[in-house]
Design a protein around this ligand. Structure first.
Ligand code: AQP
Length: 338
């Protein structure tokens, strides 16, 4: 196996406002991996992914800038990490085409995100939504990224990324693309909807009460947690007691992730509490952790030119990494002029 530079890539779609799920499942780890200094870190606003479902153009522009503000407010530092939006680095789409020709229809049809998002009306879904995982593989492999921090929902797409890398290497008899490792860690790798413990918390859920947005104010956060669906029982003292109690498990996991502890430790402190006592404590914790982020996001959003400058600079840095890898890919495939 070739030796690859330790490099992290991950992205978030500007398909709406950032949620607590994006923050705890992905963004918090982006910052840790950046600050550990063991990796080069490349983070992306994946606008090409966002348009696989309809996006109002003005809303997409705003959401991309807001997402960039969210990255920075959460601790991603443009002087330490490369921060850019996907559409500005054409190599992503160019490598995705090669991967569309490597990946198999059957692989794509098995993707649960495709099945969930296309639903019963798959004939009417966009071709882009179907091909989404091949573009995601290109996002990662165009940097030869070795590690990808993501939430649990992206595990299957990461497996497919590895399958594409392996098939490309086998088809062309090379050892060119790495088998990228997912990094899925922490107490909240799958934050669930506040209204339905069987659904993940999502930016695009029609109910705003189902999610905490990073820009929600303190009253809104407290109200959403107060109204979160729960069962009538008190919290157990052991995590086994959360079996078959998805809403209770979700709130305990959120508490643990925000407090940077474990669900076991949360239950050691709060076992026996009613939700009427636990929810206000969780709301206070969430407000304390999220308020500085939302304040900083609002401040940055008042400087769209500065955000665009940061994204432009990041795109130049990203292109410098991606262009030689795409060129080499074209050579391997046999494209004249590569
Ligand atoms: N509920 C979640 N719990 C833990 N991690 C989550 N992530 C998303 N939701 C949760 C992680 O956030 C990163 C960015 O996700 P994305 O925006 O690219 O797409 P998504 O996973 O489809 O997120 P959403 O919020 O559900 O977006 P929409 O509604 O547009 O589809 C990923 O690492 C993801 O795992």
């Amino acid at each position: 196996m070739a030796a690859f530079t330790p490099r992290v890539f991950s992205g978030i779609q500007p398909s709406g406002g950032l949620t607590l799920g994006n923050y705890l499942g992905a963004m918090k780890r982006f910052v840790t991996m950046q600050d550990e200094g063991k990796f080069e870190t490349v983070y992306c606003m994946v606008d090409l992914h966002a348009i696989t479902v309809w996006q109002d153009p003005a809303a997409l522009t705003r959401a991309t800038r807001e997402l960039c503000a969210g990255f920075i407010a959460a601790g991603v530092d443009p002087s330490k990490s490369i921060l850019f939006n996907q559409s500005q680095v054409a190599e992503h789409a160019q490598l995705a085409w090669i991967f569309n020709c490597v990946a198999r229809m059957g692989w794509m049809q098995r993707m649960t995100q495709w099945k969930d998002k296309a639903g019963k009306n798959s004939q009417n879904a966009s071709l882009g939504l179907f091909a989404y995982p091949a573009l995601m593989a290109a996002d990662i492999l165009v940097y030869h990224a070795t590690h990808v921090p993501v939430g649990e929902d992206q595990k299957q797409h990461l497996e497919l990324t590895r399958d594409i890398a392996i098939k490309f290497n086998n088809d062309f008899g090379v050892d060119f693309f790495p088998e990228t490792e997912p990094v899925i860690e922490g107490a909240a790798t799958r934050v669930m909807s506040l209204r339905d413990g069987s659904k993940k918390m999502s930016k695009s859920d029609p109910s705003d009460m189902s999610r905490i947005n990073l820009i929600d104010d303190a009253d809104t956060i407290a109200q959403k947690i107060r109204k979160a669906r729960t069962d009538p029982d008190a919290l157990p003292s052991e995590v086994d007691g959360l079996d078959d109690r998805p809403e209770a498990r979700n709130l305990v996991n959120i508490y643990a992730a925000l407090a940077e502890t474990t669900p076991e430790a949360v239950l050691a402190d709060h076992g026996g509490s009613q939700f009427s006592a636990f929810k206000p404590e969780l709301a206070d914790l969430a407000v304390n952790k999220l308020a500085p982020i939302s304040t900083e996001m609002s401040r940055l959003m008042e400087q769209p030119d500065e955000i665009d400058r940061i994204l432009g600079h990041g795109a130049e840095q990203a292109r410098a990494l991606a262009a030689p890898i795409l060129k080499k890919t074209y050579e391997i495939v046999g494209m004249v002029g590569a």
